[in-house]
Design a protein around this ligand. Structure first.
Ligand SMILES: Cc1cc2nc3c(=O)[nH]c(=O)nc-3n(C[C@H](O)[C@H](O)[C@H](O)COP(=O)(O)OP(=O)(O)OC[C@H]3O[C@@H](n4cnc5c(N)ncnc54)[C@H](O)[C@@H]3O)c2cc1C
Length: 432
């Protein structure tokens, strides 16, 4: 397997969606098979060189970066097999391609992220949440088999009940690099009836949202706070999936199912054109327990000004039933319902503003944590070693044991800074 030391690929691998952290790898590999991934990992482990997989690079804070070797998985992106109830895909495949292949077969993944330009391996290493998660859990809960290259450079296959399966799903790349996944599919509706329901306060919006997910009247439920020219707007976004001649009785925007799933494509095109897609994005994501989520949301929305989000930004919030999430390393508050709260910030291209917002993210994380919140670790909240120990809580000893077992040289995925200093192979033992 050839490693590229050229400036172009190394520069590309030192940038992510967050545009906040830039680490140049010493080399980039572009494997086309699990065997090629294993070759690189084995050689790197022998020399103690850190390795990070890069799916689509939509991390917020260098999670897929390293000063060692980046494995660019963009060429490991084949859809191998589609059946009514499952699809087998390489880990570098984008969710757009997964949906397209499944749709042609009359099926769809039960949970899709709002934006489909993410890789399967990238979302499975974090969780993968969407507006149907209240019903189906996270994307990690829809996986039935994985092929993984562990930190010793061995290709292994695992499934539900296997330790490696639990160590890798939602495992932030610490114990293995996913090379292939079998994902559950469901039948699909032809059409979607989409609604936006305005509220005066986030408290009433969150309360109605909870009623909606409890009575199951909608198939998709989210909530947003946005700041536009006419001021602040708080609304729920809901959708009913259906196939004619059946039809929902209520009014709303009516669109084909794939068009609904591709709903962020136009925004991406616009923000790419204006350049805002390439500005810093100090995003913040946490799960709050239902008992404190509205208190947190109310305080958050009370503090926020339009500039904190930018015209393209929003606060996203929606509930999930924690019992539907079966992925041990995805950390959720221990209550029956948890709310995802996300600040999707699109500030101007200004380093000082971005740095201020990252610092504000840490403050907000501490506030959320005091209220029983846990981060969804995809955004830009710099974590200390003790933050990680707190994050994994009772699961920390298990993760540490798995790390020793599957990645004894501690080379895999240093970006989040869980076992080594962020991005490097230096052990992280102190509370730096
Ligand atoms: C515009 C936008 C919208 C988003 N919407 C949602 C959403 O609706 N729901 C949601 O849950 N998330 C959402 N996210 C967050 C996103 O799911 C995560 O950041 C995800 O990790 C990005 O996937 P990626 O392929 O770009 O991963 P990368 O940034 O390339 O990698 C992310 C992390 O996963 C590791 N990794 C990548 N591939 C593998 C692999 N094959 N095996 C093991 N580890 C691997 C990397 O090393 C890194 O640590 C969104 C992000 C953006 C920018």
């Amino acid at each position: 397997m050839n490693l590229s030391h050229d400036d172009g690929p190394r520069e590309a691998a030192s940038v992510d969606f967050g545009h906040l952290v830039h680490r140049r790898p010493s080399a980039v590999a572009r494997p086309r098979s699990a065997i090629e991934v294993a070759e690189v990992v084995r050689a790197a482990a022998a020399d103690g060189i850190p390795v990070a997989a890069r799916g689509r690079g939509h991390s917020g804070y260098g999670q897929a970066q390293t000063d060692g070797i980046v494995l660019d998985l963009s060429a490991l992106a084949e859809v191998h097999e589609v059946r009514d109830d499952r699809v087998v895909v390489d880990a570098g495949t984008g969710w757009r391609a997964v949906l397209d292949a499944a749709w042609r077969h009359g099926s769809a993944p039960p949970v899709l992220t709002d934006y489909l330009g993410l890789s399967v391996g990238g979302t499975l290493s974090a969780g993968g949440i969407g507006g149907t998660s209240f019903r189906y859990g996270l994307q990690t809960d829809t996986v039935t088999e994985l092929e993984v290259v562990t930190g010793d450079g061995v290709v292994r296959t695992c499934g539900p009940g296997d330790e490696l399966f639990a160590a890798v799903l939602g495992g932030l790349g610490q114990c293995g690099i996913i090379t292939r996944a079998t994902l559950r599919l469901t039948g699909v509706p032809e059409r979607v009836r989409r609604h936006e329901i305005d509220h005066d306060t986030v408290v009433s919006a969150a309360a109605e949202q909870l009623r909606f997910v409890e009575d199951g009247r909608y198939d998709f439920v989210q909530g947003q706070v946005r700041y536009g020219e006419s001021g602040r707007r708080i609304f729920l976004e809901t959708a009913t999936y259906y196939t004619p001649p059946a039809a929902p009785r209520d009014d709303g925007e009516d669109l084909p199912f794939p068009e609904f799933q591709h709903r962020l494509d136009a925004a991406e095109a616009l923000l790419t054109q204006t350049g805002a897609w390439f500005h810093p994005h100090p995003w913040w994501n946490c799960f709050l327990p239902a008992s404190t989520a509205t208190e947190f949301l109310e305080s958050l929305v009370g503090q926020l000004r339009a500039d904190d989000l930018g015209p393209a930004g929003c606060v996203l919030f929606y509930p999930v039933f924690t019992a539907r999430v079966h992925t041990p390393l995805v950390r959720l508050p221990p209550e029956p319902v948890a709310y995802l709260v996300a600040l999707l910030r699109f500030p101007p291209d200004d380093t000082a503003v971005a740095e201020r917002q990252v610092a504000d993210n840490v403050r907000l994380y501490r506030e959320a944590r005091d209220l029983g919140g846990l981060t969804y670790p995809i955004g830009a909240i710099p974590f200390t070693a003790s933050d990680w120990r707190h994050h994994f809580g009772a699961r920390w000893p298990r993760l540490r044991t798995w790390k020793e077992h599957y990645d004894p040289a501690h080379i895999l995925t240093p970006g989040p800074g869980i076992f080594t200093a962020p991005g490097s192979g230096t052990p992280r033992t102190t509370d730096d």
